[in-house]
Ligand binder design. Structure first.
Ligand code: MG
Length: 159
């Protein structure tokens, strides 16, 4: 028998690079650097996608969408999230809520947190009240040139 509820956890990091757009949570934030990576480097959507995959004991994001596959070069990470949400539905589950923490030295996330919350909620098909977006600076971690994201999700059986 399938469990009524399942929890998932995901983590990701990407390095800042000059001259590319900064994509976080599916939106472009104003900043002079973006996050490098094979896709659009959206660290938050990658962590959420991996959390969803973890909750259904699926393969991880890098296995499903390998960087070696040229079709994912520069890809909008919302594509990964949508595909994985389909897998969650096919497994018989729906998202209850998700929580996340971003760790980056700059830019400040607080002015954009509400927009991020609304957009991530829309992408996941849940109410903004069910999306947590928190941000911290990497005090003492020496990761000022990277953005890190942690995410947890709760799923429940559909129907
Ligand atoms: Mg990533």
């Amino acid at each position: 028998m399938k469990p009524d509820i399942r929890i998932g956890y995901g983590w990701d990091s990407h390095e800042f690079k000059a001259g590319i757009p900064l994509r976080i949570g599916g939106i472009t934030l104003p900043f002079d650097k973006g996050l490098g990576g094979h896709s659009d480097g959206d660290v938050l959507l990658h962590a959420i996608t991996d959390a969803l995959l973890g909750a259904i004991a699926g393969p991880d994001i890098g296995t499903l969408f390998p960087p070696s596959d040229s079709q994912w070069a520069g890809a909008d990470s919302a594509v990964f999230l949508r595909e994985v949400l389909k897998r969650v539905g096919a497994a018989g589950y729906q998202v209850v809520n998700l929580d996340s923490t971003l760790i980056l030295a700059a830019p400040k996330i607080s002015p954009h947190a509400e927009t991020l919350r609304q957009h991530v909620a829309e992408l996941c098909g849940i109410d903004p009240d069910c999306v947590g977006i928190k941000a911290k600076t990497p005090e003492g971690m020496g990761t000022d040139n990277a953005a890190i994201a942690h995410a947890t999700v709760l799923l429940k059986l559909t129907g």
